[in-house]
Write a new protein. Structure first.
Length: 175
């Protein structure tokens, strides 16, 4: 009976995830996702600054901490002015879990292995986030000021993606 229950849950779970991903996001959930992205990038950037021995990787980590911290303040200020409490969603929860898992992996790496994994992950994660911006966040945002903030942050995210690609190539290997 226990095995049957586990099987039923395993078969139904993907349907719930698919439903959650197709549900329209509200502004509070959008800000929750943005804050999750920012915190993940800040945490990764701090780790890069303290762990990497490559000056470009350290500088990139510093850039991410600075710019994502700035956007955290801007989105939090917007939410306070609009009297909106950022909300978790399946998307923000998934982003947080994925980043925690990746940070744990990174903490076990050093040298070029750290640098390659970190920059490779930054390329993938920034591309994923840009897709999320284009397909979910911006189209679902209702408030015009929130849309402008998302647009400004998208430009910054695109810059981070290109910067991560350049660093990854400069490390001399592809992962």
């Amino acid at each position: 009976m226990k095995n049957l229950l586990i099987l039923v849950i395993a078969l139904i779970a993907p349907a719930f995830v698919a439903f959650a991903e197709t549900k329209a996001l509200d502004d509070a959930e959008i800000v929750g996702i943005v804050l999750a992205v920012n915190q993940a990038e800040i945490n990764g950037g701090i780790l890069a600054q303290s762990t990497s021995s490559h000056p470009d990787v350290k500088a990139f980590g510093y850039r991410l901490v600075e710019e994502h911290s700035e956007f955290n303040m801007r989105f939090n200020d917007w939410a306070t002015r609009k009297n909106i409490t950022p909300q978790n969603s399946p998307i923000s929860d998934s982003l947080k879990a994925d980043e925690e898992k990746h940070l744990e992996k990174l903490k076990r790496l050093q040298g070029i292995l750290f640098d390659l994994d970190y920059t490779g992950h930054e390329v993938k994660s920034h591309q994923h986030v840009l897709d999320l911006w284009d397909k979910k966040l911006t189209p679902n945002a209702r408030d015009e000021e929130l849309k402008r903030l998302l647009s400004l942050m998208r430009i910054t995210l695109a810059g981070h993606l290109e910067h991560a690609k350049v660093i990854k190539i400069s490390l001399g290997r592809k992962k």
